[in-house]
Design a protein around this ligand. Sequence first.
Ligand SMILES: *Cc1c(COP(=O)(O)O)cnc(C)c1O
Length: 431
Amino acid sequence: MPLQKTDAELIQLDKELLWHPYTSMSHPTPHFLIKKAEGSRITLSNNQTLIDGMSSWWSVIHGYNHPTINEAMKSQIDDFSHVMFGGLTHEPAIELANTLIKITPKELSRVFFSDSGSVAVEVALKMAIQYWHSAGNPDKKRFITPKNGYHGDTFAAMSVCDPVNGMHNLFKGTLTEQFFIPSPPTGIDTPIDEKYLARIHQLIKKHHTEIAGFILEPVVQNAGGMRFYNPMYLDRIKTLCDDFNILLIFDEIATGFGRTGKMFATNHCNITPDIMCVGKALTGGYITLAATITNDKVALGISDKGGVFMHGPTFMGNPLACSAANASLSLLASYDLENLITNIETNLSKSLNKCKALENVANIRCFGAIGVVELITPIDQHRIQPLFVEQGVWIRPFGKLIYLMPPFVITNKEIETLGDAIYNVIASLEQ
Ligand SMILES: *Cc1c(COP(=O)(O)O)cnc(C)c1O
């Protein structure tokens, strides 16, 4: 039965009962009660409508309440919402695996479904360790990764997140110590720095007998700093990995499904990773689902001498989630994706460029459907969040970064409004 409460009472109850992401129970940040979301708009309980600049953490690529995905899920509910994946299988999962194999680079051929991005990363790391175990190299069980990365909040995923901005200090001693290299120099067109690659080479040469895999976010480091880098580094890192028997793992959880202007960020370079993780936008942001996709070498290697892959979540391959993903991917296939994202990129640049004139702005950068305004001094989230709502937009900055990752259905006019709101909020704080 619905709670018989006013909006203010609901918000108060939320404060008393609920944790939100990365928040304090004693000093919670403000939270806004919403009652509907449609297309690129979120409607608050007071009927104010906000333009969405976040795609709900980059996942709702087709906008909210999309009739095609709604229909697919409703139809699946009428058949069955869930069955165990041990011993049973179903068409939604088979169809989704088949599509993923088709749209990812051709060597990727085997799919493991899990519930969230973090778990997809756990699965990828486990695959790498099990692969080397089966291959008679049980010492290869650590990972190398660039600083400023973000791969999720579970323990193995945390161990490969940025060691300073991540949660390393707090969990020191409980996390596996991994090998960190500096993050790639920023700028998509910045020429390759041979010295940087030589440093990686040196580290790998020294420790390769312990290293199972190299994990990174291709082309864009996301939650660890919204940094863009030259895709050629990926080609060069792949060569290093091949030379020293290291599996290459791409975490495409943020970049997958068009965000960078190609279906996957991997498509900006000429190589294929051994393992790739996808999540976030996989279901069009409707429901949680992730996948870890690998090649025959890794999949069959793990199964060598009767080995089985040691993972199997309760809700593995959830049919309702798979049906949402199938509908989302059919929508994506119907778009002229590269042109659509190029248009968003052009308009993001246009709308954010005026922020250059502001004193507290250090840098503005756009790549694909990602627009970033980096500040000189960090902003206070408690203070800035209500200011954005006053401007009629939903934007959630972190640290020094105010960024936009709008749904792909955003209009040019809405992008302009988002940019104006960012300008107005930063300007008002400078007064
Ligand atoms: C969000 C994210 C994750 C974690 O996914 P969850 O679904 O939040 O567990 C992992 N890697 C990257 C690159 C992400 O952006």
